[in-house]
Each structure stands twice: as C-alpha cells, then as structure tokens.
Ligand binder design. Sequence first.
Ligand code: ADP
Ligand code: MG
Length: 248
Amino acid sequence: MQILLETIDLTKTYRSAGLEVRALRGVNLRIGSGEMVAIMGPSGCGKSSLMHVLGAMTQPTSGRVLVGGKDIGRMDDRARTEFRCNKIGFVFQKYNLLPMLSSRANIAIARYIHGSHNDPEGNRRLSEILRLLQIEDKMDRRPAELSGGEQQRVAIARAVVRNPAIVLADEPTGNLDSENSKIVLDMFRKLNRKFGQTVVLVTHNPELTAYTDRVIEMRDGRVVGEGSVDVGWEQEGNLMSEPVTEES
Ligand code: ADP
Ligand code: MG
C-alpha cells in the first residue's frame, strides 16, 4: 500500500500564560492511501492536536508531517491554506452546519468556496454521495429540522463532495446514540470504499472500530499501539454490504 500520511517524531507544545502543555510527544505513524483508520485514546492524550496538525490547521512544534512525501509542517501560511482547502475534508463532533441554511445550501457553499460548484463531475458525485448517505430527501431542510445523525450525514456530504484526498473526523459520532453512530460509520466506510478517500477518525467507541482497517492507540501524546481490526466482513449482521478486497 502506498503511504499517504506519515509523521516522524512529531511534537506539539502549547504555550499559554507561561504554561507549557506537551500535547504530542513524538508521534510516528504511517497511513496508507485509501485506508480508514481509527485513533483511540483517553481524553487529553493529544488526538485532536494530531488531527489539527494532520489537517494543516496548526503547525507542529517539531518533527515532520508528510503528505504524499511533502512536509506540510514547513509550508508557509498560504501554501498551507491552499493544501487544506484542496486536500482535506473535516468532519466535527458538533456538525458545524450553518443554522440558517438548508442542507443543500450548506453543501453548496463548500463547493463554492472551493470554486468547484459548476463542476459536472462534482454534481454527479454529489448525487451519489447523497444517495449513499440517504439524505436526498433532506436537502430543503435546515439543520434544526434534522436529527443529529442526519445533520452529521449532511456534514459528511459537505466534507467529501470536493473529493479531498483525506477526510479527518474528530469524534464524528460523539453526539450520537449507538444506533446512529453505527449508521454514520457504515456510511463513512462505504464512501471510503467507493471514492478511495483516506479517512482518519477519532472515536471513543470500540464497537465502531469494526468499520475501520486499523486502530491507532494513543496515550500521553504518543502512539502506544497499532492493530489491524480482525473482522469478518462477510459475517452475518455486519452492516457492510460490499465485500472487501485487500490490496497490499
Ligand atoms: P484529546 O483530543 O485527545 O482530548 P487534545 O489534543 O485536545 O486531546 O489535548 C491534548 C492536551 O493539550 C490537553 O492537555 C489539552 O488541555 C491541551 N491543549 C489542547 N489544545 C490546546 C490549546 N489550544 N492551548 C493549550 N493547551 C491545549
Ligand atoms: Mg479531542
């Protein structure tokens, strides 16, 4: 598998009011192109800090963060912003939809900002995404007229419609019940399979790792373990509908 994301001795230290918080203390990880990976670990261990650095929302204190071999930690502000806009889709715990706008407009704005709102290929992809997420009939509603699970699916559509290489989701099911969490993860997985986007998500729910290729365990600003998820995709009762073909 081709490596898309790699960090080497990555650190992030926050300094505020004379205090230092070492949020990342030397993170080394590699994530393959098209992989779907879960990051797990206790609150405060640095998961969000890692996501922010991977998504070029903030610069590392030291170490390297390579995307497709390029060190995004050393880009200037402009290059970093461009990288973030073109390559990254974010999904947040709190959905972050604009409350006054319909689902359709929330998604359209993301495409507009990106300059891809007239792209016919994007239109086709959007129809497919909405069908897969089962929110085609929710497009005229505002966020307040949707359930949490539906709002998150709109937010996912917004994040993936521009076809970013990498989708970063920080506790995307943190506000959802167990049933809706599984639905959202199942849909993430299907999008990941269909469009080949690399997905990195943070979760606290061990059950949800069944939808991922791999789990990365963090403690105290470091990666302390990694494992493939041994799941029989063909098992009965599994929400996955498509067989998985592994490449190496
Ligand atoms: P997690 O997402 O695993 O809960 P975070 O990456 O949010 O962990 O936080 C890691 C550590 O860094 C925590 O001790 C947190 O308080 C601290 N931290 C996070 N963001 C900031 C910030 N902007 N300024 C100062 N400290 C921060
Ligand atoms: Mg967090």
